[in-house]
Each structure stands twice: as C-alpha cells, then as structure tokens.
Design a protein around this ligand. Structure first.
Ligand code: AMP
Length: 460
C-alpha cells in the first residue's frame, strides 16, 4: 500500500484517538506511522527500524490504544485496570516522554497510563501502580524492582513494546529483558523498535518476536538526508577553543554537544559557562531532578548548549534542534547515527559537526563505513595556540589544517587542568549568550580568554 497522502482518519483509528490527534495538530501520519499502524492493528508482531524523530512513539502508541480502548473501564476498582500493555525503554528521560505522549493520545479514553523508572524512591510509584493502570512505561531495572516487591502484576499483559531496543542491548539490559519476558503471558503481541539493525538486534528479534513484519523508514544505519554533516580535524587540546568558536559564531539557539564521558560533559559545561556561553550538562550522575531541570531550561531556550553523554541524550525529544556537535566522536558507529538523529527532524534541516582528533580517526572511518558515505571535511580557523593570549584576541588568518601533528607551544597540556578541578561556581553569566566572536573581543575579561587557553592557576 502506498503510504503517501493518507490521513489518520483513513487508518480507522477510534474517534477518541482522532480527537486527541486533532487537538494536538496531527493530521497526517509520518511514514513509520502509516506503515506500522495497520500491521499492529492486524495483530501482527512488528520489527520496526526507525530513529527518534520519525514519529515512532505514535507508531506504536496509537494502535496500542486502539486495541485497548474496548477494554477500558471507568470503574475505580484496581482490578478493572490490569496492566495490558508494557512499554520498555532504556532511559528515564525516554520513559517520561513516551508516557507523556501516551497520555496525550489517550486523553479522551478511560485508559490509564503510568511511568516508572529508577533513580527515584520506589515508594512514590507504588500507590499509583496500586490504583491500576492499563499502560505501563518502564525502564527494565525498575520494573523488576516492582516485580520483586509485588507491587505489580504482569499476568494480563497482551502487548509488549521494546522501544530503542538497540540501546537497551548497548546498556546491558539483556538479562533484565529475559527475566521480564519470562514473566509475561506467552500469548501476546510484540513490537520492537530499533534505530539500527545489528546482529545482536536480529538475534533478539528472533528470540521474542513471532513471525514479525519488518518495517523500515530509512535504510538501516543510514543517516538523515536533511542533516548536513561536517568533520573538523582538530587536536584534542584545541577542541574546546574550536567548540567555543562554533558556538559563538552560530546563530543557532539550541545545540547539543556530545561527549564520551560524564566527566568531560561536566567539565565542558562549566568551562563554557565561565566563558559566557549558557550551557549545562546532562548525564547519568546527575539526579533525575537535575536532568529534568537542565532539559527544561534547554527546551525553553534558557540554555544554548546542552552537553550530554550518549546515554543521557538518548530519546530526548527536542523539537527542531538545528545543530548537534560531537565534541568527541563515539567509538560505536551506531551511536553516531543516534546522535545526529537529534537534528533534522520532521523534514527540518540540521547540522551535525564532529570534532575529530587524530586518535579518533579510526572511529571516523568506522562511521563512514556504516553510513556508506564520506563526511565533508572542513578546516577550522583557529588562532595559533601561541597567539591565543589575553593580549591578542583576534583569530589568525592562517588556516588550521590537521594541526594535530603540528608542533605547538605546550601550555598547560595537562589532563588534570587545575582550572577544571575547581568546584562549580555560578558566574551569573550563564544565561547570556555573548555576541558573535565575543571570545576574541578585547572587552572580554582577561580571565575568560586565559581560560580558553587551557587553564588558569587555581585560586585558594
Ligand atoms: P518520535 O520519533 O516519536 O520521538 O517523534 C518525533 C516528533 O514528531 C515528536 O515531537 C512528535 O510529537 C512529532 N510527531 C509524531 N507524529 C507526528 C505527526 N503525525 N505529525 C506531526 N508531528 C508528529
């Protein structure tokens, strides 16, 4: 069936669902929705290849609701609201977002939904569970905690959805998934969504899907055509200066900057804040409240740069994100696809910039192999290290060409830069983004330019 020009109404969705979609302003299904919804309504198992940003959440949530609406009850009795659909997701943020979408789509039905995830007191979730919910969105570990505490029953689950299955495997959830599968009724419908199709994913799908229909909205492991990809070859020690330059020069209000580690994410966010770029970090060591706060501030435009690790950024639904920067490129090429999937959504144009040091060349090659294309290489115009001083703020004219091997003065080439080790102190400049190139203006306080050079002596 051609999936072009079809409407939600033509997919035979229930009036309650159509009403909610209409209120939300959705009229036309995205390709993954147009393909997946009829298959799920038919009762088939589904293996869907779709990245975040394709509308995959509604692709499983809408037909799921459609199947559950006849079973909805207005009774207050918990027994009338058993868990009928279980949606497993890898991260808390994704769990929150998926459940929020389910709530929107289910608002005109009597179906109840709930989200449970780790990192918060389990006792706060129990009373809600006890009241009964038809749709449970959960991270695997926390779901098992509840199973152990006997605060939920899975014996009436008729639909299982694994969202971002590839990420679940990457995060080591396989043993938890197996335990959960063993607790579910054998007779059920299974849907699996994954951005990439690795051998492990194929194995997992064979294990828990029955005669699935395969649906793919983009070539597996392909990257979005709407995203312009660029690589800057840059020495590790110069990455921060280049990042600050890019952030200062771009008109873009919202940029996600990816790092490999939590430590780098925190350090980088602190350093950018000190330079007057509004930034915050989001990673696994932050409390749930802090992560939500950072994400909200970013969504509201109070923060321009959100520095994130892969795990923390997974599943973040940030509309129309125009730019993604890989401060460090991932060693797993699939992560690159996930990362740049944050931008260029729903037909919008996006830019994905990767800062690649000589050590990372091998990973870049792997990425290009996976996405089956060569990424455009750009030359950075950074001032030479020696000339980047408080008394000389102007970028050099000379281009910076693969300077990793270029000998340079070696100021503060320490991984344990004392400036970084200073505890975070709010500067009050965090919310103000400097004008273009402000880093190099003479009016900039000396301290910040010196910080750009890679370090200031620790005070006190
Ligand atoms: P997802 O891939 O599920 O994370 O969805 C990506 C974004 O697309 C979210 O902001 C959704 O709210 C939005 N979206 C999903 N389906 C549609 C649709 N049919 N029309 C317009 N926007 C949509």
């Amino acid at each position: 069936m051609s999936t072009e020009n079809i409407s939600f109404a033509s997919l035979n969705l229930a009036p309650e669902i159509l009403k909610a979609l209409g209120e939300f302003g959705y009229t036309t299904p995205t390709p993954i929705q147009a393909q997946a919804i009829p298959i799920v309504l038919e009762g088939r198992d589904l293996m869907a290849g779709a990245q975040t940003g394709t509308g995959k959440t509604a692709a499983f949530a809408l037909p799921m609701l459609q199947k559950l609406i006849p079973l909805a009850s207005t009774s207050a009795s918990p027994a009338r609201h058993p868990i009928r659909a279980l949606i497993l997701v890898p991260t808390r943020e994704l769990a929150i977002q998926v459940e929020a979408s389910v709530k929107v789509y289910a608002k005109h039905s009597a179906l109840r939904s709930l989200v449970v995830y780790g990192g918060v007191d389990i006792k706060t979730q129990t009373p809600h569970l006890m009241k009964g919910v038809e749709i449970l969105v959960a991270t695997p570990g926390r779901l098992l905690d509840h199973v152990e505490q006997r605060t939920l029953q899975l014996s009436q689950v008729q639909m299982l959805i694994l969202d971002e299955a590839d990420r679940m495997l990457d995060m080591g959830f396989m043993p938890d998934l197996k335990r959960i599968l063993a607790l579910l009724p054998k007779q059920r419908q299974n849907l699996m969504f994954s951005a990439t199709f690795s051998t492990e994913i194929k194995k997992l799908s064979e294990e828990f899907l029955k005669d699935p229909v395969l649906v793919e909205v983009a070539r597996s492991n392909a990257t979005n055509e709407n995203v312009t990809q660029k690589v800057y070859h840059v020495a590790q020690d110069d990455k921060h200066a280049l990042l600050a330059q890019i952030l200062n020069e771009t008109e873009t209000k919202q940029v996600i900057v990816f790092t490999k580690t939590k430590l780098t994410a925190s350090r980088l966010a602190r350093q950018l804040v000190r330079e007057g770029i509004s930034a915050d970090a989001i990673h696994g060591d932050k409390s749930q409240a802090e992560r939500i706060q950072a994400l909200d501030a970013f969504k509201q435009g109070k923060i321009n740069a959100l520095i994130a690790t892969d795990v923390a950024a997974r599943g973040l639904d940030i509309d129309q994100l125009p730019m993604v920067i890989n401060y460090e490129i991932p060693s797993a090429p699939e992560d690159y696809v996930h990362r740049i999937g944050r931008t260029g959504r729903a037909g919008a144009l996006g830019i994905a910039i990767s800062l690649v040091s000589p050590d990372e060349e091998k990973y870049l090659k792997e990425i290009e192999k996976l996405i089956k294309r060569e990424i455009t290489k750009e030359t950075a115009n950074l001032p030479a290290r020696g000339s980047r001083s408080a008394s000389d703020h102007k970028p050099r004219e000379k281009s910076y060409d693969r300077a990793a091997s270029t000998p340079r003065p070696s100021p503060a080439k320490k991984s344990s830069d004392p400036w970084f080790d200073k505890p975070y102190e709010p500067t009050g400049t965090g919310a103000v983004k400097p004008q273009s190139n402000q880093l190099y203006k003479t009016s900039k306080p000396k301290r910040e330019v010196a910080a750009l050079l890679g370090g200031l002596p620790r005070k006190g």
